[in-house]
Design a protein around this ligand. Structure first.
Ligand code: ZN
Ligand code: ZN
Length: 111
């Protein structure tokens, strides 16, 4: 599933950080291939915001470097679609509910 969490990248566990990064590349692949039904479907569900793809990729890559993960996939993307909107607080609650590793990071950050 394609999902841009758009929460502070420091709060994501390894799996969710690398997962969101991979999904950004897949999302751009969909856009380039003009799979617009897929893109609009994700946008309608609040899972993506195409206007944030480029800056979000930079943030995730910055956090990956901080943790010493490899990144060899530059992403050139200039949004002209403006599709979708993200509810970051809802995503934070969702991550805390579904992932122990993310919840530990979120709780540590709020202590
Ligand atoms: Zn990348
Ligand atoms: Zn997680």
């Amino acid at each position: 599933m394609t999902r841009m969490w758009c929460v502070d990248p420091e709060l994501l566990c390894r799996q969710h950080l690398l997962g969101e990064h991979k999904e950004l590349h897949q999302l751009v692949g969909h856009i380039r291939a003009e799979h617009m039904n897929a893109v609009k479907g994700h946008a309608d569900k609040g899972q993506v915001d195409t206007s944030r793809i480029a800056t979000r990729h930079e943030s995730l890559v910055g956090e990956m470097h901080k943790r010493g993960y490899n990144h060899n996939s530059p992403l050139e993307y200039d949004d002209t679609l403006g599709l979708g909107e993200i509810d970051e607080q809802a995503n934070l609650d969702d991550l805390a509910a579904r992932c122990d590793a993310c919840r530990d990071r979120i709780e540590a950050a709020h202590r």
